[in-house]
Design a protein around this ligand. Structure first.
Ligand code: TYD
Length: 212
C-alpha cells in the first residue's frame, strides 16, 4: 500500500522543524515507518537556492521560483516517491504551498507558480502552523542570524496572509502555533490521526508473537 505525504507549512520561525520531529517520533511509536525531509533540499539545486538566500547569488524572482520547483521535482523523484512506494509516512517541512505563498509574495502571479509546480504530487494532508510575524521573528532572533527572506517582516506578513488565504481556498488545516509546544503538537497529532484513518499501512510492524 502506498504511504502518505504530509506537508508542514508556515512562515519562517513558526516551529515546523520541532513539530515535524515530534510528529515523526509519535508516528514511529505507533508502528509507522516515517521519513522527515525538507525543502529547499540539500541537493545540487537546493544548494544554489541556499546561496541566493544567504545573499551570495542574485537571481531574478522567476528564476528563484523555477529553482524551487526544480528542487521539488528532484525531491519527489529521489526521496518522496520511493518512501511512499515503500509504504512510509513522509513528513516534509515545506512543499508546493511554500512556493505558492512565498513566490507570490515576492511578486509572481499565483497561477504561474501553480503551473510550474504541476509536476509535484499532491500531499495527502497539509498543516499550516500559523504564528504572528513578531512571534516568529523573536523566536528566530534568539537562535541565529537571519537570511534574506527571514529578515524581511513585510515579506513574512504577505506570506502569512497568502497561507491563510490558501487554507480557506484549498481546505488546508491551520493550527495556532503561538501556544505551548505540547498543545500545538497535540492538535497536530489529532489532525494526522484522523487523516491516516483506521487502516494501518503495510509498514506497520507485525505484532510480536511469543518466542519471536
Ligand atoms: P527554510 O524552511 O527556512 O529552510 P532552512 O530551515 O534550511 O533555513 O526555507 C528557506 C527559505 O526558503 C524560507 O524563507 C522559505 C523559502 N522557500 C520559498 O520561498 N519557496 C519554496 O518553495 C520553499 C520550499 C522555501
Amino acid at each position: 500500500m502506498a504511504g502518505k505525504l504530509l506537508s508542514i507549512e508556515g512562515i519562517d520561525g513558526c516551529g515546523k522543524s520541532t513539530h515535524a520531529r515530534l510528529l515523526s517520533q509519535w508516528l514511529r511509536s505507533k508502528g509507522y515507518e516515517t521519513v522527515v525531509t525538507d525543502e529547499p533540499t540539500g541537493g545540487p539545486i537546493g544548494r544554489i537556492i541556499k546561496q541566493a538566500l544567504r545573499g551570495k547569488l542574485k537571481l531574478p524572482v522567476a528564476a528563484e521560483a523555477l529553482l524551487f520547483a526544480a528542487d521539488r521535482m528532484q525531491h519527489v523523484a529521489e526521496v518522496i516517491k520511493p518512501a511512499l512506494d515503500a509504504g512510509k509516512v513522509v513528513i516534509t517541512e515545506r512543499y508546493t504551498y511554500s512556493s505558492l505563498a512565498y513566490q507570490s509574495a515576492r511578486g509572481l502571479p499565483m497561477p504561474w507558480v501553480e503551473a510550474i509546480n504541476r509536476g509535484a504530487m499532491k500531499p495527502d494532508l497539509t498543516i499550516i502552523i500559523d504564528v504572528p510575524v513578531e512571534v516568529a521573528l523573536t523566536r528566530m532572533r534568539r537562535s541565529r542570524k537571519l537570511d534574506k527572506f527571514e529578515s524581511d517582516p513585510e515579506l513574512q506578513r504577505r506570506v502569512r496572509a497568502n497561507y491563510l488565504r490558501l487554507a480557506r481556498q484549498k481546505g488546508l488545516r491551520v493550527v495556532n502555533g503561538s501556544r505551548a509546544i505540547e498543545e500545538v503538537q497535540a492538535e497536530i497529532r489529532r489532525i494526522v490521526d484522523a487523516a491516516l484513518g483506521p487502516r494501518p499501512p503495510t509498514c506497520l510492524s507485525a505484532p510480536r508473537t511469543a518466542g519471536s
